[in-house]
Design a protein around this ligand. Structure first.
Ligand SMILES: Nc1ncnc2c1ncn2[C@@H]1O[C@H](COP(=O)(O)OP(=O)(O)OP(=O)(O)O)[C@@H](O)[C@H]1O
Length: 634
């Protein structure tokens, strides 16, 4: 992990912005540390023979009214200017974090009061607030530090409140709360660590603003007081003689600008590392691994979807993680195919890849990935938006909670069919009625939270029907629903297939659901399709030991209630720990040495039946050869 972080930072520092920020910041820090030691005395040395001089060989920036060298004074002032700005920022961040998190700990009324106070303070311009506070805390360095610290605190508090609110709504915080974790511990353990990165980025950028504000207060005479001096004071003194020696004023100005720039660029670099760490990781992950070969079936000329050797990879700390490893299948027009497999087998990623929904840094590669007869990569958003419908497991998160359901459906037709607002809405009502949402016209004006789970799922299917879907991909569409509603949704999918002629790719844990709804079933294990078989002859047709084991774990009304439930011993391998050979070998009762050494290719066994196994079960169903493949291959 440390190596990965190190490489990400190294990559960020190699960018132009990163390199500039690193150089500037290093120069500022070195000067802040060394300048007072090296040139402190020279900067304080009064020379009555050289009062108010302009730039010369002896004094490149000239001298001040006591004949002190302005170059040395500008360099020496780095420590105080930077130190005070950093101190003020630290006060601002700490006060901001406290103010921002207190509302979560205090009684409700006190929390709301504090939030209101912070909101009012945020409305004041920062510098005005700093001036106001500087007067309250008293003129001088200490007063200025406190004034700037507390002036930037409200903005940080607001940021902390917003970030905490977004984290507090997450399930893991709710789970911790339910398990009795106290408020303070909840904040410290679960909320703050998750908002740390954006805070660090903002604090770095905020230090630049604090530097400017400090220089401003010193310039106005209410910051650093003589005999101490920072860049603000030097600027004020230099301004008096600007017509005689402009460099005296310009040098501290340039120092403020450069130091401020170093903080801002450092903030940008931190932000880039935080936001795009994965991009740098991708470089660190090296070249993509070659997909494992799988014998592709010969797709029909009219196949809606053709997938050949699909691979989905993500950069990981130790190289590429490949959760989908060479998946091949095709979906004919109007066909319903089910995808089953244990959790983590790559079902959802396969569905997301064929919907073009894998986000960077994920990388999708395939020998062939075609939708509607042409490469998926060439399909326009409009074509995909109308011809491919996606139904997700949780319909609550698939709808925008702030918009009415009808308007969200209508958007599809406004975007892709050029319909007017009114026409698109009328079509949305029609589609809601088509998916049997009762009182569709009224329901279309409601928000997603006013729908029941089953109704939302039907509305989601209705959204898919706003176009002319050739393929509906449904990823666990019934998992969150009760059995009755589950049946309604499955019937609706079947009806969509009949009325629209759409093909269905149904992802489910439930083999019973798949065998009732689909003609074919793809069984996935550890990122590969291990069996592709017709559902009509299930369970007898299953030949892969994994498919058989999955079938044995299904329970129905005829299952012997006295007998122990069947389970598949062991666990599927993690995507980054897939062994050589067959990934199922460690759990397979039939595994041989060959299984552990060589990964079997998904190969045709009979018409419409493909299996990736060295020892497939013999079945009464027609097979290509009576021998096991190992014997056949021998
Ligand atoms: N962005 C990602 N980066 C790295 N690994 C990922 C990413 N997304 C998914 N994975 C991994 O890929 C594997 C397959 O995930 P996928 O969601 O496709 O499984 P699944 O078969 O749909 O499981 P489930 O039935 O639980 O939804 C999992 O092990 C998961 O941890």
């Amino acid at each position: 992990m440390a190596r990965r972080r190190g490489s990400v930072w190294a990559a960020a520092v190699r960018t132009p912005v990163g390199a500039c920020s690193a150089l500037l910041l290093a120069a500022v820090v070195v000067l802040a540390v060394l300048a007072p030691i090296l040139w402190g005395d020279a900067a304080a040395a009064i020379d009555t023979d050289a009062i108010g001089q302009g730039p010369s060989g002896a004094h490149p920036f000239g001298t001040d009214s006591l004949g002190r060298d302005l170059l040395f004074r500008t360099l020496v002032a780095t420590r105080l200017s930077i130190g005070l700005a950093v101190l003020a920022t630290a006060i601002g961040v700490v006060a901001g974090v406290v103010l921002g998190t207190l509302p979560a700990v205090l009684p409700r009324w006190a929390g709301r009061l504090l939030t209101a106070v912070v909101n009012i303070a945020v409305a004041f311009p920062g510098l005005l607030l700093a001036l106001f506070l500087a007067v309250i805390f008293g003129v001088g360095t200490q007063g200025a530090v406190l004034a700037i610290g507390f002036a930037v605190a409200p903005a940080f508090a607001r940021l902390v409140q917003t970030l905490s609110a977004s984290v507090s709504g997450r399930d893991f915080v709710a789970a911790a709360r339910v398990s009795g974790v106290g408020r303070i511990r909840l904040l410290a353990r679960h909320v703050l660590p998750n908002i740390g990165e954006p805070l660090v980025v903002n604090a770095t950028i905020g230090a630049g603003s604090a530097l400017l504000a400090f220089a401003g207060l010193s310039f106005l005479g209410i910051g650093v007081q003589a005999p101490d001096y920072d860049w603000g004071r030097l600027l004020r003194e230099g301004l008096d003689g600007i017509y005689v020696n402009p460099v005296a004023a310009l040098a501290p100005c340039a120092a403020v600008v450069l130091a401020g720039l170093s903080f801002n660029l450092a903030g940008e670099t931190v932000a880039a590392v935080v936001g795009l760490r994965t991009r740098a990781t991708r470089r660190a992950a090296g070249p993509l691994p070659a997909p494992r070969p799988s014998a592709a079936e010969t797709p029909d000329a009219g196949a809606v979807l053709v997938v050949e050797n699909l691979q989905v990879a993500f950069p990981g700390p130790g190289g590429w993680i490949v959760p989908v490893r060479g998946v091949s299948f095709s979906v004919r027009a109007g066909e319903a195919i089910g995808v089953v497999g244990e959790s983590g087998s790559g079902k959802s990623l396969t569905a997301l890849a064929v919907s073009r929904l894998i986000e960077a840094p994920g990388v999708v590669t395939a020998d062939r990935l075609e939708f509607g007869g042409k490469p998926l990569a060439d399909a326009s958003d409009r074509e995909l938006g109308t011809a491919l419908a996606m139904v997700f497991q949780d319909p609550m998160t698939s709808f925008n909670p702030a918009r009415r359901v009808g308007r969200q459906l209508a958007e599809v037709s406004e975007q892709h069919h050029g319909l007017s607002r009114r026409q698109a809405f009328a079509r949305a009502v029609d589609r809601l009625a088509a998916v049997r949402v009762p009182a569709a016209a009224r329901r279309a004006r409601q928000y997603p939270h006013e729908f029941s789970g089953g109704m939302r799922q039907r509305a989601m299917i209705g959204m898919g029907l706003m176009g002319e879907p050739k393929l509906v991909i449904a990823d666990e569409p019934t998992t969150a629903l009760d059995v009755t509603v589950q049946r309604q949704v499955l019937r609706l999918l079947a009806r969509t297939r009949e009325t629209e002629g759409a093909a269905i790719l149904l992802i489910s844990h439930d083999i019973a659901v798949v065998s009732q709804t689909c003609e074919r079933m793809l069984v996935m294990y550890a990122g590969r399709v291990v069996e592709d078989l017709p559902t009509a002859a299930l369970p007898d047709a299953a030949r892969h030991p994994y498919t058989r084991a999955l079938l044995a774990t299904t329970v129905d009304l005829e299952t012997d209630r006295e007998a122990a439930l069947a389970v598949i011993p062991g666990r599927p391998p993690e995507p980054d720990q897939v062994p050589p050979g067959c990934a199922f070998a460690a759990r397979c009762p039939l595994a041989s040495d060959r299984c552990r050494a060589e990964d079997p290719v998904l190969a045709p066994m009979a018409h419409g039946h493909r299996v990736a196994c060295w020892h497939p079960h013999e079945t009464a169903v027609t097979v290509l050869s009576g021998q096991s493949r190992e014997e056949g291959a021998a």
